[in-house]
Design a protein around this ligand. Structure first.
Ligand code: HEC
Length: 105
């Protein structure tokens, strides 16, 4: 009985983890990316001053945005902190999903 319960719990946990990964909607991310394009470029390619976002791993992208939002990640330009703290977790996932696929197709 206990084994079955643990097994069921593990399944739920794995499903939950999977849905976080797949939670980003690239189409929504594209809409949101209008606010990023001024600095990071229309195609997310960046330049000397702004890092390239195209092709950035989605998990790394979300981690970077969360880090800026919480202040854990220090941004000497002081540009990303305010921007990131305006984003919801879903926004971050959507943006990450959009940028991860840019440049690869
Ligand atoms: C006002 C200009 C500006 C805007 C607008 C802007 N960024 Fe940035 N972004 C920067 C700068 C400058 C950095 C580099 C900061 C640093 O040194 O850590 C940066 C860094 C980043 C990084 C870290 C990249 C890496 O590889 O380390 C991510 C991710 C990011 N921005 C995402 C976004 C997203 C998503 C948006 C739109 C919601 C956005 N940015 C809007 C200026 C901007």
């Amino acid at each position: 009985m206990t084994t079955r319960l643990i097994f069921a719990l593990l399944c739920v946990l794995m499903l939950a983890a999977g849905s976080v990964q797949a939670g980003g909607d690239p189409a929504k991310g594209k809409e949101l990316s209008i606010d990023c394009a001024d600095c990071h470029g229309d195609d997310g390619m960046g330049d000397d001053e702004f890092p390239k976002l195209a092709g950035l791993d989605a998990a790394e992208h979300v981690a970077a945005l969360k880090g800026y939002a919480s202040g854990e990640r220090v941004d000497e330009s002081e540009m990303m902190g305010d921007i990131a703290s305006e984003l919801s977790e879903q926004d971050m996932a959507d943006l990450a999903a959009y940028y991860a696929n840019l440049g690869s197709n």
